[in-house]
Ligand binder design. Structure first.
Ligand code: NAP
Length: 276
């Protein structure tokens, strides 16, 4: 088993994830795994970094596929006995002009952004070693979508006692409510991406609390963040930040020094803790 520190970035064949891997290759003292659901796209991305003189390793990972997540888990367990840095970056968004029915958009978006990210956490968090870092890439849109929720939902999503099961129930209810076209009546905002990212931010707050309760003394720091508005296939060419600039806050959180006792359980943008 290797004693080398290891970092894993989900959805990193392009966009912000790719830029996070690039930065980690330069700054993280260990093995950096670029992961992608499609091995062809992943290997091509690794080759691109190689041309820049950077050495990333590749492992397949489709966060929608539990088997794929478990294969990565078993690989990390066997080869490294765990992992040191996990960046949950993979995500999807329908374009504003997309005419796919809203209920379908809700189901598909929540499946990857919330349920897929949660499944990765369920399988990989127990493997995170002491002094490890976990970064969940959410979005400022989670904050604006929270503001668009009913007072009752806002209170639940801001609660310091909400459980993961309760959050899963709420995310499932959103998808069901869109199918019955009652989501607005039930207090939800009209954004599937926004609700999925509320899920990611609240999940991060819950997971940080669980680490405090169950692994106190392991000094693991777990946070959610927004990369900013970044020029990628998701956000388009008008966005204000380059992918490398978008990677800055996630990379800052992934490389917090081992003597740092925070941030933990926070939502950050531009390396600054934001009020949830
Ligand atoms: P992007 O260019 O579209 O890249 C998304 C990445 O996620 C791709 O590598 C994609 O792989 C991967 N992915 C999607 N579904 C996956 C799955 N089921 N399993 C594994 N990988 C999957 O988007 P981006 O702008 O870099 O976004 C990265 C993250 O930042 C997302 O979580 C996004 O919500 C968040 N974010 C972005 C912005 C922005 O302005 N760009 C703002 C706030 C938050 P494929 O190539 O195979 O599709």
């Amino acid at each position: 088993m290797s004693n080398v520190p290891v970092a894993v970035v989900t959805g990193s064949n392009k966009g912000i994830g790719f830029a996070i891997v690039r930065a980690l290759c330069k700054q993280f003292p260990g093995d950096v795994y670029l992961t992608a659901r499609d091995p062809g796209r992943g290997q091509k991305a690794v080759a691109k970094l190689q041309e820049e003189g950077l050495c990333a390793l590749f492992h397949q990972l489709d966060i929608d596929d539990l088997q794929s997540i478990r294969a990565l888990r078993d690989f990390l367990k066997e080869k490294y006995g765990g992992l040191n840095v996990l960046v949950n970056n993979a995500g999807i968004a329908f374009k504003v002009r997309d005419t796919t029915p809203f209920a379908v958009q809700a189901e598909v978006t929540l499946k990857t952004n919330f349920f897929g990210t949660r499944n990765v956490c369920t399988e990989l968090l127990p493997l995170v070693k002491p002094y490890g870092k976990v970064v969940n890439v959410s979005s400022m849109v989670s904050s604006s979508a929270l503001g668009g929720c009913s007072q009752e939902l806002q209170q639940k999503f801001r609660s310091d006692t909400i459980t993961e099961d309760e959050l899963v129930e709420l995310m499932t209810k959103f998808v069901e409510d869109t199918k019955k076209s009652v989501h607005e009546k039930e207090g939800w905002p009209n954004t599937a991406y926004g609700v999925s990212k509320i899920g990611v931010t609240v999940l991060s707050r819950i997971q940080a609390r669980m680490l405090n309760e169950k692994r106190k003394g392991d000094h693991i720091l777990l946070n959610a963040c927004c990369p900013g508005w970044v020029r990628t296939d998701m956000a388009g060419p008008q966005a204000t930040k380059s992918p490398d600039e978008g990677a800055e806050t996630p990379v800052y959180l992934a490389l917090l020094p081992s003597d740092a006792d925070g941030p933990h359980g926070q939502f950050l943008s531009n390396k600054t803790v934001r009020t949830w």
